[in-house]
Ligand binder design. Structure first.
Ligand SMILES: [Cu+2]
Length: 203
């Protein structure tokens, strides 16, 4: 406004202004350093810290184009899985029937969790990269074929939420939606008690 075409005076041109440049470098540098340090503390707690001892462990597998969750069954142990055993209809998780620990494993298309109880999710993938994303929980972790990657968090509220796939994984990527149901502890136990082992489906 001051130096507009019709205004009085001329703009001053200067080539260097050390104090101005130092100011607009140092102030953002300090602000960014504070943000990096503060987020680093949170990152380390979430990503490097072990989940609490009472955490529920769930095995989750991404496939084109759906999510599968596995619970260890009454023996509390996950049985062996083998990608060569995967059959889309009869054994999508690839459970190995030769392993006794696999015979009581429960497999669900919906992820069931407990409000207030930490959960450790072991992520696997069949075929291609996916990304396990629950927007409401601010939880996101890629799934990589051949690797088991872990993420843990604490659902705080009962209700239904959505799992999205956040990695373009093929033609059906847009439809790769899963459901998370967060129960009270009693409702979760009741749900689990109703499930049949994946390897012995209803007659
Ligand atoms: Cu996907």
């Amino acid at each position: 406004m001051r130096f507009a075409a019709r205004g009085p005076g001329r703009a001053v041109y200067f080539h260097d202004h050390r104090r101005l440049e130092l100011t607009y470098t140092i102030i953002p540098a300090i602000a960014l350093a504070i943000m990096v340090a503060a987020s680093g503390v949170v990152w380390a707690r979430v990503r490097l810290g072990a989940p609490p001892a009472d955490a529920l462990t769930v095995d989750v597998r991404g496939e084109q184009f759906a999510w599968l969750a596995r619970y260890p069954g009454p023996d509390g142990r996950f049985g062996r899985v083998d990608p060569r055993r995967i059959d889309a209809r009869t054994n999508p998780m690839g459970l190995d029937p030769d392993d006794p620990a696999a015979r009581d494993d429960v497999v669900s298309r919906t992820l069931h969790l407990v409000a207030g109880r930490p959960v450790r999710v072991q992520l696997r993938s069949t075929g291609v990269l996916h990304s396990f994303f629950i927007p409401e929980f601010r939880v996101k972790q890629d799934t990589v074929p051949g690797m088991t990657l872990e993420i843990w968090f604490i659902p705080t509220r009962e209700g239904q939420f959505e799992i999205a796939c956040a990695e373009l994984c093929g033609i059906g990527h847009y439809a790769m939606r899963g459901q998370v149901v967060v129960h009270s502890p009693a409702a979760f136990e009741a749900w689990l008690a109703q499930q049949r082992p994946a390897l012995s489906p209803a007659p």
